[in-house]
Design a protein around this ligand. Structure first.
Ligand code: FAD
Length: 301
């Protein structure tokens, strides 16, 4: 009997890179939770950590303060998210300059959701950037930031087709984006096929899979529905009956995420972007499975 080929995820250390996404905290308690998570994950030496920008610019100050504190207190490279929603170009440009002054060198440039909420028509601010492509060009005019953008393996909900999304991604790259981070997904095939199609149409930048640990199935399913990510029946089955059983739910969440990332490793994926929800333990465990170990640096996180 011939031996089965060794799965890549079992074939010894690999050059895996990770990045972590956080959201800016609203209260001192949430800030403490966020920093616990950052302090726990920092020794894994992520490639970068990103901080989201609330709908309509609602977290402008908090996003800025969070990335500025990361620059000051850690050796991790932060990426600040930025959207075009509900702001004039001058206001957005000012935020970009403030990020630069605070020592931030990486922006995740997004159009943002329509002010009327998902499902409504996106209306650009009369004096604002009308698309993520315009925003990227605007940032490039100001200074030389590293620019990451979004990508949608199951297509953006407003998009007519995957082709339209791939054209949009190409336009963002032509404008200056050098990395894409995907919307989360649960069927790895969606991601793997998307990357294949992107490569086939000449897109060569890294396309990082966005991985969301399912800490609360009902909440994740609701968000997935809004974001155009499908929730497979088998995933619902795995969490069925656990609404009141947090301990088992967490163990299942770890098992589900482990299954997903190790399968991606088997398919040759070496970069992972984790939506942390400002919680470290599950993501830390998954990173351990990926072979990452903490590196402690004297004096700095
Ligand atoms: P875009 O890439 O601008 O595309 C939006 C739609 O327009 C698509 O249908 C696309 O096909 C079409 N389109 C775009 N450009 C062109 C073009 N040149 N020609 C033709 N069609 C085009 N939202 C927040 O509010 N704050 C955040 O911090 C945030 N972070 C995110 C991080 C990631 C990794 C992802 C995947 C999403 C994030 N979002 C965030 C959500 C995002 O703002 C929404 O999905 C929003 O609806 C679209 O913005 P975008 O930049 O992703 O889309």
């Amino acid at each position: 009997m011939s031996a089965k080929p060794l799965r890549l995820s079992r074939a010894g250390p690999k050059p895996v890179r990770v990045s972590f996404e956080f959201f800016p905290p609203k209260t001192p308690d949430m800030e403490a939770t966020l920093w616990e998570a950052i302090n726990r994950l920092a020794p894994l030496q992520p490639n970068f950590v990103s901080v989201t920008y609330g709908a309509g610019g609602s977290t402008r100050e908090r996003t800025h303060n969070t990335v500025a504190r990361i620059v000051k207190e850690t050796s991790i490279k932060p990426a600040a998210h930025l959207t075009c929603v509900a702001a004039a170009r001058e206001e957005v440009d000012e935020v970009v300059r403030h990020y630069w002054q605070a020592g931030v060198r990486h922006i995740v440039a997004l159009r943002g959701d329509p002010s009327g909420g998902l499902g409504t028509q996106f209306e650009p601010h009369p004096g604002g950037y009308a698309s993520s492509t315009e925003l990227i060009k605007g940032i490039r005019k100001i200074t030389d930031f590293e620019i990451s953008v979004s990508a949608y393996p199951e297509k953006h909900p407003e998009s007519r087709s995957l082709e339209q999304d791939l054209d949009a991604l190409k336009a963002k790259i032509d404008a200056g984006a050098t990395r894409a981070i995907t919307q989360f997904f649960f069927e790895n095939d969606h991601y793997l096929r998307f990357v294949e199609r992107a490569r086939a149409c000449g897109i060569t930048i890294p396309i990082l899979p966005g991985i969301v640990p399912v800490l609360n199935f009902n909440q994740t399913a609701k968000f997935a529905h809004q974001a155009g990510a499908s929730v497979p029946h088998w995933l619902a089955e795995r969490f069925a009956g656990l609404d009141q059983d947090m301990t088992t739910r967490r163990l299942i969440a770890a098992a589900v995420a482990a299954e997903q990332v190790l399968d991606l490793v088997d398919h040759g994926v070496e970069d992972f972007h984790f939506y942390t929800m400002n919680r470290a333990d599950l993501v830390y465990a998954i990173c351990h499975l990926l072979g990452l170990r903490p590196h402690l640096q004297a004096g700095r996180l």
